[in-house]
Design a protein around this ligand. Structure first.
Ligand SMILES: Cc1cc2nc3c(=O)[nH]c(=O)nc-3n(C[C@H](O)[C@H](O)[C@H](O)COP(=O)(O)OP(=O)(O)OC[C@H]3O[C@@H](n4cnc5c(N)ncnc54)[C@H](O)[C@@H]3O)c2cc1C
Length: 380
């Protein structure tokens, strides 16, 4: 039997791989997205979808579905030591999406998967655990754990932090853990914030609060040490103590404690294999950028693959080198922004500098600048 051949094979059907698959199929590439999980995950880790990503998701026709299912967050309240100091607004950001959409990651992935299926019902193969990739110089062979094989002109590793594509290529991935630890949980919304976010700064550490669809609210609380037995009661106690807001522990639909880290590859390609998303970079989720960064990689890579297809010689090395350089620069910028967000929320040493920055963020003079920073402008 001959091995099936595709223009591009994508390893991993997380948000990055699903979006890249939809873009490539729409652009006329033959493509397979290989996913080791047999079922979609139900974890709601990422919720924030930023304007530059929305503009690009619209290109595969799913912005409307995201807007319909998600909550449009166009601003938020800032509190310092229990006192409200102002409202942050994104209303002046560039149209057509001057807001962040809040939607649990599994719902966003379901929208992406449905669109990919509409474009090509065979594009996604679940239960295909890629264990080996061989680049012959003219094509790449992908092998699964149970011996299935596919060939492709190019392979894109969208297989997350522990990427087998990156490891197989021997590309280094350096970084480390931050000392910061958090607990997050989703509860029925007992506040008056409506579709607004709220950030509470103070000596005990930051509390962040975001609306979710269905009258639910996500709470993220910085903790001094990793809370291992994360229970709804301990999170609601932190929220009550730091914000005065009572949240009903019985309405908890998700709870998780996590540490945060940062990682970056030395390169995003080697030969005919390219990396995108968490396979290439991890930024702290505080500031909510990782998934969006993966989508911006995917969009840039699709444009590059289109330009390679037009190239009469089929040369790709310099195009992938440019892609790698630019996307790594954007990932570094995103890391710096998330580090600023974490610094703002630290408890130890919380003082004048953080307060001053919070006032600056909320001041009319700087609000457009900070709105652009928070909505991931400049990382496209
Ligand atoms: C608590 C938390 C909150 C977050 N909040 C936000 C937020 O608000 N906004 C934001 O932008 N980001 C956020 N993030 C980050 C975001 O979740 C990730 O950046 C995003 O999931 C990365 O997508 P990805 O597709 O690159 O990788 P992944 O989501 O890791 O997907 C990789 C896929 O590849 C598959 N795979 C792996 N190995 C193989 C293999 N060998 N063969 C086949 N398939 C394979 C996996 O099963 C998986 O489905 C958050 C993260 C956390 C932890």
């Amino acid at each position: 039997m001959t091995t099936p051949h595709f223009d591009v094979v994508i390893v991993g059907a997380g948000p990055t791989g699903l979006f890249l698959g939809a873009l490539l199929v729409q652009a006329g590439f033959t493509c397979r997205v290989l996913e080791k999980r047999t079922e979609p995950t139900q974890h709601s880790r990422s919720i924030g979808i930023h304007p530059p990503a929305l503009e690009r998701l619209a290109r595969v026709g799913i912005a409307e579905a995201i807007l319909t299912q998600g909550v449009q967050v166009d601003g938020g309240f800032g509190f310092v030591n229990g006192h409200e100091i102002g409202r942050f607004s994104m209303a002046n950001c560039a149209p057509p999406y001057p807001f962040i959409v809040s939607l649990p990651q599994f719902e966003t992935e379901a929208i992406l998967e449905a669109r990919l299926f509409e474009l090509d019902p065979k594009a996604l193969t679940r239960g295909f655990d890629v264990v080996r990739l061989v680049d012959s110089g003219t094509e790449v062979l992908a092998q699964s754990r149970d011996g299935a094989e596919l060939q492709a002109g190019f392979v894109v590793g969208c297989d997350g932090m522990n990427s087998v594509v990156r490891k197989g290529l021997g590309i280094s991935y350096s970084g480390g853990d931050y000392p910061d630890t958090f607990v997050m949980g989703d509860f029925s919304d007992s506040t008056d914030f409506g579709p607004d976010a709220a950030i509470f700064l103070g000596r005990s550490g930051v509390v962040e609060s975001f609306p979710l669809p269905g009258g639910v609210r996500r709470w993220v609380v910085r903790t001094e040490t990793r809370v291992n037995d994360s229970e709804a009661n301990s999170l609601t106690a932190f929220i009550q103590q730091r914000t005065g807001i009572q949240v009903d522990a019985n309405t908890c639909s998700m709870i998780s404690s996590f540490g945060v880290s940062h990682f970056l590859t030395s390169s995003m390609f080697k030969g005919r294999m390219v990396l995108a998303g968490d396979a290439a970079h991890i930024v702290s989720p505080i500031g909510g950028q990782g998934m969006n960064l993966g989508w911006l990689d995917a969009f840039a890579l699709c444009e590059d693959l289109i330009s390679i297809r037009k190239e009469p010689t089929g040369a790709f090395h310099s195009t992938f080198a440019r892609y790698s350089k630019h996307r790594l620069k954007c990932a570094k910028k995103a890391r710096q922004r998330s580090e600023m967000n974490m610094w703002l929320g630290q408890s130890s040493g919380f003082g004048l500098a953080q307060k001053a920055l919070m006032h600056m963020v909320l001041s009319p003079v700087f609000k457009k600048h900070f709105a652009n920073q928070f909505t991931m402008r400049g990382l496209e």
